[in-house]
Every structure is written in C-alpha cells, then in structure tokens.
Write a protein that binds this ligand. Structure first.
Ligand SMILES: [Zn+2]
Length: 325
C-alpha cells in the first residue's frame, strides 16, 4: 500500500493530492518481485550448503570419501608390514650375506634416504586430507627406493657368490694321487737331504711314491699352461694355472693325458706317474705356487682327507727324511 502524497498549490492556497502515475506503479511491482526472487535464490543456496540438507549426489560423494579414508587406513597397515619385511631383509643382507662375501654393509642412511630439495608433494597440499595422502606417498617413495637399493645389493651378492664358487673350485684342494695308501707320501716340503748329493737342500714340494703308470689328477679347476720336459730336473711335467694367483706343478711323469691350453676340472686325469728327470725312483713330485712363490702343499688337501688322514700325512710330511726330488 503506497502512501498518499500531497502538494501545496499556491494558486488555490490549499493542499492537493498527487495522483500516482500508472507506469510508476508497475515499476514498483517489478522491483518488489525481482527483489523477492533474488532473496529466495540466495536463501536456497545457503540452505543447500548446510549439512542437514544434502542432495543425493552429495550424500553419495560423502560416502565415497569415507570409503577412501578407510581404504587408506588399510593401505597404511599394509605399508607398515612391507616396511617390517624390508627391514628384516636389509638386516640379513647387511649382517649375513654382505658380511659372508666380505662386502661393506650398506649404511642405514643410504637405504632409508628421503628426497631432499624441492617439495615433491606440493601438488598434494591444500586439501582436507593432504596430510594422510602426503604421508602415504612419502612412505611409498622411500619403500620404492629401499627396494631398488636392496635389489642392487642382491645383484652384487649373486655376482660375489658366483666368483666365490669359482674361486673355491679353482684352489687346489685334493691329493694329486689317490689316497689308497698313505705310505705313498714319501717326503714333504722343507729341508731334506738330496737323494743324489746327500746334502741338505730345500725341497719345494711333496713326493708321493707310486708305481709307474698310476693316474695323476688335477687338484683344482684351471688351464694347462705347460706339458713338456724343458724345465731342468722336473722331467716330463705339467703346470696348471688355476687363476687367483694359484698354480700347481706335477713332475717326473711317464706320460701326459692333457695338452697345453686345455681346460681341466678338479679330479680330471692329467697324466701318469713316472721316473723322468732328476728322480731317484718312480714318484710324483707336486708343488703349489701362490703368486709365483712355492708354498707348502700340505695345506691344500682339505677336499679329500679326513682329520685323521690329515694328521697322519702331517706326521709323514714333517719327517726330515731324504726326498726323491
Ligand atoms: Zn720331490
């Protein structure tokens, strides 16, 4: 209801009523209606944004977010298990495998190092659940890095194990003649009297007496370096290069069973006992070299002797008798 308005008319000296124009009436009505509509619309928006009046779509989204949060908790627990298993593997890696193969342990800081520098997780910032997501992403990144380091370490160990196996197969470790009768051990490494001059002389190997033709075996894996009689005193002899600085020599042979350049395995038949060169009676003279130095072969039979047999051999070998050369 609009107010009735008056104006003063000086001609009649009286107040007269102002008649409202029709167009103004309609304008007011329009303003009133559009104002109400605007208020109604704003009210509706406010209502829709309050929690007690969610649309079905919002309700389903909310349930989905709750489900994600639950799944994150489960993933979190699984990551914890993974971290424990990894820690256990790393522990064994450092304290058993790497130790056994004489490799340096990988330091803890290196295994568990995070990622420095720029904030890698910036894009995950600024949401309600940013903390959970950044935490999980960070843990996963570290686990992934640990796995790469662990995998590399195992590669290294596999290589070392292979090397070690090769080394163990190469080092001389058995007797060059069969151990049927230890009386075959005639003379050891050390000072012995020379069978020809009777003077005391260093005997650089071990002598095994045996009849002519008894088989001689390679004492470790290697390659035949020499098989000839061009070395003074040794007669027909064989030298096997085992690698890693090891070489063995078999002297006074009657016959060869290998030729130069041939690869041999431990236990392969390489020749036969004889009496060639500077030898008093049929026997095998056996020498072991390490880095071109002749060392006592007695320390290289652990592959074929029992403790008792070794004890006996030690007794024989230490007797200061006459060598057969
Ligand atoms: Zn000898």
């Amino acid at each position: 209801m609009s107010k009735v308005k008056y104006y003063y008319d000086p001609d009649t000296l009286s107040y007269r009523k102002i008649e409202p124009k029709k167009s103004k009436k309609y304008r007011n009505l329009f303003l009133f209606l559009s104002g109400s509509a605007l208020f109604g619309f704003l009210g509706l928006i406010i209502l829709l944004n309050t929690s007690w009046l969610n649309t079905p779509r919002e309700l389903s989204l909310e349930r989905e977010v709750q489900n994600y949060e639950l799944q994150f908790e489960i993933i979190d627990k699984k990551m914890e298990q993974m971290e424990q298993v990894l820690a256990n593997i790393e522990d064994r890696d450092n304290n058993i495998y790497r130790l056994y193969f004489e490799a340096n342990p990988i330091p803890e800081e290196q295994r568990r190092a995070g990622f420095g520098g720029v904030n890698r997780y910036k894009s995950l910032d600024g949401f309600n659940n940013s903390e959970i997501i950044i935490n999980a992403t960070q843990r996963l990144d570290i686990i992934q890095k640990q796995m790469v380091i662990q995998s590399k370490s195992l590669d290294e160990i596999a290589k070392l194990a292979e090397e070690k196996e090769k080394l163990l197969a190469s080092i001389p470790a058995i007797q060059p003649v069969r151990n049927e009768d230890l009386t075959r051990m005639a003379s050891g490494y050390g000072w012995r009297s020379d069978p020809f001059t009777k003077a005391r002389k260093m005997h650089w190997g071990m002598d095994f007496t045996a009849p002519r033709g008894v088989p001689i075996y390679a004492t470790g894996d290697g390659k035949v370096k020499r098989a000839d009689n061009r070395s003074s005193g040794y007669g027909k002899h064989i030298r096997i290069d085992h690698g890693y600085g090891y070489m063995t020599l078999y002297a006074h042979l009657s016959k060869y069973n290998v030729s130069v350049g041939q690869k041999v395995k431990r236990g392969d038949l390489i020749g036969f006992v004889g009496n060639t060169g500077r030898s008093e009676a049929p026997h095998l003279h056996y020498e072991v070299f390490k880095d071109e130095e002749r060392i006592n072969p007695i320390n290289f039979y652990y592959g074929s002797l029992t403790a008792e047999e070794f004890e006996n051999m030690l007794k024989f070998a230490n007797q200061e008798n006459q060598s057969l050369d």
